[in-house]
Design a protein around this ligand. Sequence first.
Ligand SMILES: *Cc1c(COP(=O)(O)O)cnc(C)c1O
Length: 218
Amino acid sequence: MALAEILARIAQAEQTAGRKAGSVNLIAVSKVQPIDRVIAVLDAGHRRFGENYVQEAAAKWPDLRSRFSGVDLHMIGPLQTNKAKLALDLFDAIHTLDRESLAQKLAKLVQARGSCPQLFVQINTGAEPQKAGVLPEAADDFVASCRAMDLPLTGLMCIPPDGADSTPHFAQLGEIAARNGLAGLSMGMSGDFEAAIAAGATHIRVGSAIFGARSYPA
Ligand SMILES: *Cc1c(COP(=O)(O)O)cnc(C)c1O
């Protein structure tokens, strides 16, 4: 299975970068994958997964959690404010905190529950108009504003522009995180996770390299 190969490549990249073995968290991105492929990866012992759609996760993971213990589920897709509550029921981490209104909503919900998932602020490092995320120049203020709401932040997340060299985007995310005292870096996908590990990624989000190509419903 491809999972074993990816784990070996992660271990190699950690070693090459002089990083501790096991310091990178692999999020297996299972969005729109056939359920038998997801179960095969669970059967192989992997427990950390990523999903992009609240509805899809809600249909899939409560059942899988009842069959496999220790699942760690990460939300990596855009999160609508009106789905925030459901997202808190489903996910152990949210990587797409990208605007003030969502931060306010999460702060209110988290206060009421007394627990908070890991939170990553999505930074639009490429300043792409069609892409979600806080612009780099607004990142420091946004982090401060989340902290003022008592929202604990784990780190930052980015999705570099399609077709561009990811390396400068990874470096920029690392700089923003460092000057804001944030340890978590969610960056790197199937095509560039080794470069992300070299740049300090703590969480990589790998889908097709583990599960095979996604086929979206027509
Ligand atoms: C789909 C997705 C991934 C995984 O992409 P692959 O190229 O299949 O590894 C990672 N991050 C985000 C935010 C995604 O939407």
